[in-house]
Design a binder for this molecule. Structure first.
Ligand code: S3P
Length: 445
């Protein structure tokens, strides 16, 4: 793999304080680049996350002839080529570390009249892709993974796709979005039924770009999303709020370091993403949403708020498995909150964590044990017994969220925590250490 860059992290002396604006939402940034590229006309995106994952998505569309100016300071202008205007890429499309980029773009490429090949880094090359190639194949796409069901994905040219009615076997926004992307090209109506709510940025953003997509609630958990093929996307201006998944590191840090009071400005608080707030509140956290607003048509009514977090001693909790898809990326740092809480925290129903940028269950268990935390691992979660955090050397397994989680844990550790392999923090949060130090954490990178 790449270099073995480290974080050397020490205790926060006075707690976290201040008001900060965090980088743009990763999920929305990917989708804004994809829809703008396929739209007719010029779209202006502000608040874009300039992380490596989103740049990989942008690079793929540029390799297929899309013209873009930026990104600079979160501003990116894309001149879309229309639904059928992509050109055959002359190179393999490298999605780097990003599962979202690979799975969503696969839905678009599966419908094109030219072949393509999607590749990724070592971590992405080990992640499961049959979850998308199986439904895409059922739609008539010609895509194959390697024998283990992992990348690269070879996609052959097709002239048409059939619609499907697909019941997601896993609550996954990436699979749902992949099928909706392909559904835009299918001859008829495609439906996707999700067993539990997952992030709905694709559905909301389709609306912003003028592409009809209906959501029918079957019951409290289950919804069916319907999309008809053959429509068009109209260019639009999108303003992306800060990423709640990045905010989560600061919510936990401010909750565990005594004396903290922090405001995180303009954070996306879409209810399909706020599971982390529910989990932390169940652990006694003092989190207040202020200045709640909807940023208009720009991102089709994505709700936004300023989040105020004050230190309070956390207590352990049994986490409702229904919250897992709504906080899926936040579990590494939730484990850190649990390690600092009084009593036991029990996480179950979270086996999907084993299929992220690393196996996040075993990565967190190993890291917590390396800094003296008492933790028991299960196939689908863990029990963390809160106590004190000692110093130690922790492997991030080149996973950005594992790396940032242990930098947060160091906020309350007596001795230094060294985190190995932190270069991938740049995939989702390039200025993490700088912003963290600005508000009172202590990270040498
Ligand atoms: C994402 C969906 C989630 C999440 C990922 C981003 C998205 O994955 O873990 O970081 O943008 O759709 P799954 O939906 O596969 O759980």
């Amino acid at each position: 793999m790449t270099s073995d860059k480290q974080f050397h992290c020490r205790k926060s002396e006075k707690g976290l304080s201040g008001k900060i604006r965090l980088p743009g939402d990763k999920s929305m940034s990917h989708r804004a680049v994809m829809f703008s590229s396929l739209a007719q006309g010029k779209s202006k995106i502000t608040g874009l996350l300039e992380g490596e994952d989103v740049l990989a998505t942008l690079g793929a569309f540029k390799a297929m002839g899309v013209k873009a100016v930026g990104p600079k300071n979160g501003r990116l202008t894309i001149t879309g080529c229309g639904m059928h205007g992509l050109e055959a890429p002359e190179v393999d499309l490298d999605m780097g570390n990003s599962g979202t980029a690979m799975r969503l773009i696969a839905g678009i490429l599966a419908a094109q009249k030219f072949p393509s090949k999607l590749v990724g880094d070592e971590s992405l090359s080990g992640r499961p892709m049959r979850r998308i190639t199986v439904p895409l194949t059922a739609m008539g796409a010609k895509c194959v993974t390697d024998e283990g069901g992992t990348p690269p994905i070879h996609i052959r040219a097709v002239t048409k796709l059939e619609p499907i009615d697909y019941k997601l076997p896993i609550a996954s926004a990436q699979i749902k979005s992949c099928i909706l992307m392909a559904g835009m090209y299918a001859q008829g109506e495609t439906t996707v039924t999700e067993p539990a709510p997952t992030r709905d940025h694709t559905e909301r953003m389709l609306g912003a770009y003028g592409y009809p997509c209906e959501v029918e609630k079957i019951d409290d958990a289950v919804s069916t999303i319907r999309i008809k093929g053959g429509g068009t996307l109209s260019a639009c201006d999108v303003d992306i709020p800060a990423d709640i998944s990045s905010a989560a590191f600061f919510m936990v840090a401010a909750s565990i370091v005594p004396g903290s009071k922090l405001v995180l400005q303009n954070v996306g608080v879409n209810p399909t993403r706020t599971g982390v707030i529910d989990v932390l509140r169940a652990m006694g956290a003092d989190i207040t949403l202020k200045n709640e607003r909807v940023i208009g048509e720009a991102v089709n009514g994505e709700p936004v708020a300023d989040i105020e977090v004050k230190y309070v001693g956390l207590k352990g909790a049994e986490i409702d498995p229904a919250l897992v898809p709504l906080a899926i990326d936040e579990f590494p740092v939730i484990c850190v909150a649990a390690a600092c809480a009084q009593g036991e925290t029990i996480i179950t129903g979270a086996e999907e964590l084993r299929h992220k940028e690393s196996d996040r269950i075993s990565a967190m268990v190993a890291g917590l044990q390396a800094v003296g935390v008492d933790v028991t691992e299960y196939r689908d979660g863990m029990t963390v017994r809160g106590g004190t955090i000692s110093g130690g050397v922790v492997e991030s397994f080149h996973d950005h969220r594992i790396a940032m989680s242990f930098a947060v844990a160091a906020g309350v550790s007596e001795e230094t925590i060294v985190v190995n392999g932190v270069e991938n923090v740049a995939t989702s949060f390039p200025n993490f250490a700088e912003l963290a130090n600005k508000v009172g954490l202590n990270i040498d990178d």
